[in-house]
Design a protein. Structure first.
Length: 101
């Protein structure tokens, strides 16, 4: 935890990609609490309003997300994802070579 608290800037990429366990949510709460007055960048494919159900404890979720959402600058990007352009080109699966008939 000390290694994550120390940097002046911490980036959490793909935040709330999956539901958090109680232990993960508690650790995240501690991390954010200890990093007050330090920079934190969070990227997510979900709107902040969709984050709450991903936390098992609603009290931890409310306290943590209040700190993240209400004391932040939000940049919301709309439009198509860049990821389809980064996919490898060509066939995605091998052609069927089994004989039919």
């Amino acid at each position: 935890m000390r290694e994550l608290i120390r940097p002046d800037l911490l980036i959490l990429d793909d935040f709330t990609m999956r539901q958090l366990t109680a232990s993960q949510a508690d650790d995240l709460y501690e991390l954010v609490s200890e990093r007050q007055d330090r920079f934190l960048i969070i990227t997510s494919n979900r709107a902040p309003s969709d984050w709450y159900p991903l936390f098992p404890n609603p009290v931890v979720a409310e306290s943590l997300l209040d700190r993240l959402v209400n004391s932040s600058h939000q940049v919301i990007m709309n439009g198509p994802s860049y990821r389809p352009n980064k996919r490898p080109k060509g066939p995605t699966r091998k052609p069927d070579t089994s004989a039919s008939g």
